[in-house]
Structure formats: C-alpha cells, structure tokens
Design a protein around this ligand. Structure first.
Ligand SMILES: [Mn+2]
Length: 361
C-alpha cells in the first residue's frame, strides 16, 4: 500500500484557499494579516502541520460553494467569519491551519474523468501530484481530517468552516474512516433535513450529506443522530424518522423550551445508549434570518443564537466534542450591514464550538 499523501503541502494561508485573481487575494491579506500574522505562503504548510499535530482545537476552512443549491456565496464565509471571530477572540487565530485550495468548478473527485483529475492535480500539487492525490474540495478536506486523526489521535479536534453544507460529507465520512463513529452522537442544526440520497442525480451536495452520514451509521445507532431547528421539507417528520431511524426536532416543536433542560435531556438519552463522543454540524440557516440574513436558503421562524449556544455548551460539557463544522454563511448576500451582522452572529456560534472542542484537552 502506498503511504498516504501529506495534505498539509497544499494548505494555504487563511483566506487564500478561494482561488481568485489578485484583487481577491489582496483583500484576504488585508483582512487576515493583522489577525493571523504575516507567515509567507511558502512557510505556511510547515506551520499548519505543527498545529495539526499540536493540541486542539484546530480551525480549517473549505472556501467552496460548488455544492451549494439556490444562492451561492458561502465560499466567502470563512474569510468573514474568521475576521469577526478573531477580532473578538484573537487567541484562536493561533489555532488556524488555513484554507484548503478550492478550484471553484470542482466538488468531488468521483465526478471527474481521469484527464481532468490529472490536469487539476498537476495545477494544485505540481510535481508532488500522485494518482491518489485528492483535487476536489470535498476530497481534500476528507483526506486532511483523516490525516489529523491518524497523526494526532488525542489532540486533533477540528472546527471546519465552510463553505456550503456538502462540507459535512467530508467531516462525517472522515470520522467514520477514523473509527470515531463508535459511540458517536450527531447533533445537526439546520432549517432543512439535507436527507436526499441524491439531488438531480448528484450524490454530493448541500442537500445530501446527512443521508450519507445516517447510512454510514449502524441502523441501531441512528437514533443518536438528532436534527434540530427544522422548518421546511417536502416530506413529514415521520417520513424521515421512519426512513432513516434518526430523530428530528422541528423549530415549531420547541416553543419556549428552555435550552439547558432541553440539552440535558438530549445528553441523558445519548449516554443511556452508550454515546460518549459528539459531532456538531451547524448550518447557520438554523438561526432566524433576523440574526443571519446572509445565507443561501434563509427560512423564517428559526432559532435564537443564544439558545443554540447554550445547547452547544451543555452538550459539549457532557460529551467529547470530536469535530464540529459551521457552514452556509454567505456574507456577500444581502447588504454590507446584513453580511457583517451575519458574520458576527455566526462567529459567536463558532466561539462556542471552539470552547466545546477545547474541553478536556
Ligand atoms: Mn444544511
């Protein structure tokens, strides 16, 4: 068996994985340099590698929205989310391992033919390219996370910043590959179920990752997969719960439910069934559009950010949070003020996730 490829070789400085022309990278540098320091592009992979092998949590970004649905724009999420996060909590900038380089037309390697794989592989990896090297955003992320868990099983606790929600396919499949599905609960905040097996024949996109995560779990374990904050679906709650065996809590069921008690009850059920690990996937459209208007598919009647932060706090205090992702922030949608507000609210969720990922390390 050939040795696995070192993905850190292609990591870019924070904000620079969105492969734009000079103007875009100038903006990224202006926003990020004061927050993350001036490490050169050439020196970045070494720094990132040391951080991946050190004590978590680690922050990694996938600035891609090629798996997005209706309105794109989530490729710009990581830059703005970090700017908001590090302005308030500067110490977390030292946990940043950077961006994966995202060729904007690519999504997942199985969608590419051999000659396209080779051409993109050479463009991304240069002379280091091998047949097995991933080139598409989802494959790069999955391989990087597997490398992190393999090389640093005790200290690797990633917060992945997307990107559209297809990002979570990589996170969930990397957890599965790394043996972390054993005793794992999944908490998924979203307005939508993301439970299609394919959308217009496409397996990998924002609307399908949760189906593939559920199918990767043992049938008896699927009730430990909880979807929270749902508002819209073509099918009913009972249809989905029966089809996959997971559990849904729709926003309208929550009423005035107090978050601490709600979360303690979740944890009690997980513990009773032998779960001790947790993965949280947070789609910012779970929140009401009053708080986060800048997202691809906003839906009225959403959750309150402080309520969600308390649920995250309680769950991550009682379980080991082994991975989290924060997706679908699209700060370029709506007005500048809306984009800024959305980024700050999303960053407050990111901060709570980082606190959860830090516990017990
Ligand atoms: Mn989603």
């Amino acid at each position: 068996m050939s040795s696995p490829v070192d993905i850190t070789q292609v990591l870019r400085r924070p904000g620079e994985g969105l492969l734009t022309v000079t103007t875009g990278s100038g903006q990224a540098r202006r926003m990020m340099d004061p927050l993350v320091g001036k490490t050169s592009a050439a020196a970045w992979p070494r720094l990132a590698r040391a951080r991946i092998k050190g004590k978590g949590p680690q922050i990694v970004a996938l600035p891609s929205d090629s798996g997005g649905g209706i309105c794109r724009g989530a490729a710009h999420g990581p830059l703005h989310l970090r700017a908001a996060l590090y302005a308030r909590h500067p110490s977390f900038a030292a946990r940043d391992v950077g961006d994966l380089p995202c060729i904007p037309q690519l999504l997942e390697d199985s969608m590419l033919g051999a000659s396209q794989l080779r051409a993109c592989g050479r463009a991304l990896w240069g002379a280091a390219w091998k047949n097995s090297s991933p080139v598409s955003p989802l494959n790069l992320l999955k391989s990087l996370l597997e490398q992190g868990y393999r090389e640093n099983s005790k200290g690797f606790r990633p917060l992945v910043i997307g990107g559209d929600h297809s990002t979570s396919w990589s996170v969930s499949q990397a957890l599965k590959q790394s043996g972390l599905f054993e005793g794992l609960a999944i908490l998924h905040f979203d307005a939508h179920t993301d439970l299609l097996e394919a959308r217009y024949g496409v397996k990998h996109c924002f609307a399908t990752w949760a189906a593939h995560a559920a199918l990767a779990m043992k049938p008896v374990a699927r009730k430990n997969f909880v979807q929270l904050g749902l508002r819209v679906s073509g099918r009913t709650k009972s249809h989905w719960e029966k089809k996959y065996g997971l559990r849904q809590v729709w926003a309208k069921e929550l009423g005035g439910r107090e978050p601490t008690d709600f979360a303690r009850e979740l944890v009690r059920q997980w513990r009773r069934r032998g779960c001790h690990r947790l993965y949280i996937s947070f789609d910012v459209d779970a929140l009401d559009p009053r708080f986060v208007p800048s997202t691809g598919t906003p839906e009225a009647g959403g959750l309150d950010p402080a309520w969600c932060r308390e649920v995250i706090r309680v769950c991550s205090a009682e379980m080991t949070l082994v991975a989290a992702d924060l997706v679908e922030l699209a700060p370029v949608l709506g007005s500048i003020a809306q984009g800024r507000r959305s980024s700050f609210v999303a960053a407050s969720i990111g901060h709570e996730l980082l606190r959860g990922l830090s516990r017990g390390l």
